[in-house]
Design a protein around this ligand. Structure first.
Ligand code: WQD
Length: 339
């Protein structure tokens, strides 16, 4: 088969940029697009020397139907990996219309452009947030789903859109990947997670405390029904997550049919376990205060990754220490991120 050609939307983002590296290393031809609404153009400068092939990128908004159709007409790709979306839970509660328009509007525009040019393979960036407050752990893909915030609703509705598309036209093949908690960075330290403003997520906040950008971590809740009272999550190294996208694309290219899989390690860690691991990896103190629970948080959430292993031949390989070590290398070398 010719070298598979893949379009990444939201390509300059945290997970997409790491997926770009892994796809390139796996021999895929990659074209990236991004409108930089939530990513820095500097990511592209950092990526170039790490790639085997010349970097191919176009600044483009996925909600621009004409631009997306023109691009896909010119660039015959075998599949699209759709990352482009807003992803801050709290922000989605405050600005639901922006989230529904951007996340669902872009997905529909990209799918329509793909349909018009006859490209019908999509890997879709979904999230474990579709499980709401899980009643059974570890979480299997057939667990009940529910949206507890507009961001999560855009992921749940996005999956439904793709299921309905597949039902309307069996030529469509989609792989929905439900990410657990992506953390860490490429071992080069050249790219990593660089949230805008105050980080919502735990590890980037811990990293900024370690490097001296933030004074003290607030631990949201110490009275959960968990071993040490703090929230438990399934942290997965962003490169393992990226490798999951490579495996998902290979599955779509080599087999018929669609699938939905969890991308997690199957191992949960508490907030305090992560803080201790990060302090060890960075040899820095991580001061913290235990404060009230964050509204909307669940006590524990971790994956049953069996289906991804059986269907994609994929499983996470990097442990929590590697996640912390790689995150710290990025943060120490880039105290202000891509600024
Ligand atoms: C992890 C744990 C917090 C920050 C969210 C989205 C999910 C995905 C990942 C996009 C929890 C605790 C956190 C802090 C803390 N995003 N915490 N202090 O909430 O599991 O998932 O981000 O796809 O869709 O829902 O991740 O990193 O915010 O929180 O104590 O400053 O760390 O209470 O127990 P979460 P998180």
């Amino acid at each position: 088969m010719n070298t598979p050609r893949v379009l990444l939307t939201g390509a300059a983002g945290y997970i997409a940029s790491h997926t770009w590296l892994q796809l390139d290393a796996a021999g895929f031809e990659v074209l990236g697009v991004d409108n930089h609404s939530n990513s820095s153009p500097k990511v592209l400068e950092r990526l170039q020397p790490l790639l085997r092939q010349p970097l191919r990128f176009e600044r483009l908004d996925c909600s621009d139907a004409a631009a997306m159709k023109a691009l896909l007409t010119r660039e015959r790709v075998d599949a699209v990996v759709h990352f482009a979306a807003y992803k801050a839970v709290g922000e989605s509660v405050a600005q639901p219309l922006d989230y529904y328009r951007n996340n669902l509007g872009s997905l529909i525009t990209v799918c329509q452009a793909m349909q018009q040019v006859g490209c019908r393979r999509m890997v879709f960036s979904s999230s474990a947030t579709v499980y709401g407050d899980p009643q059974q752990l570890p979480i299997r893909e057939d667990a009940p789903t529910s949206a507890t915030n507009p961001y999560g609703a855009t992921k749940l509705i996005g999956e439904q859109i793709l299921r309905d598309l597949g039902a309307s036209d069996p030529q469509w093949q989609t792989g929905c990947l439900r990410y657990f908690n992506p953390v860490g960075a490429h071992e080069s330290g050249r790219i990593g997670e660089d949230p805008r403003g105050v980080p919502n997520n735990l590890m980037p906040y811990v990293a900024q405390v370690a490097v001296g950008r933030r004074e003290c971590l607030q631990v949201f809740g110490g009275d959960y029904p968990t071993p040490d009272g703090t929230g438990v999550r399934d942290y997965i190294h962003v490169l393992d997550l990226a490798d999951g996208h490579v495996a998902a694309l290979r599955r779509l290219l080599d087999h018929e049919g669609s699938f939905t899989v969890n991308l997690g390690t199957g191992q949960g860690y508490s907030v305090l376990e992560l803080v201790r691991a990060y302090a060890q990896a960075s040899a820095r103190d991580i001061p913290y205060d235990i404060v009230a629970r964050r509204p909307g948080d669940v006590a524990a959430c971790y994956a049953d990754p069996t289906r991804a292993r059986e269907l994609l031949g994929w499983q996470a390989r990097r442990d929590l220490d590697a996640m912390c070590r790689d995150s710290w290398r990025w943060q120490e070398q880039n105290p202000q991120g891509f600024a």
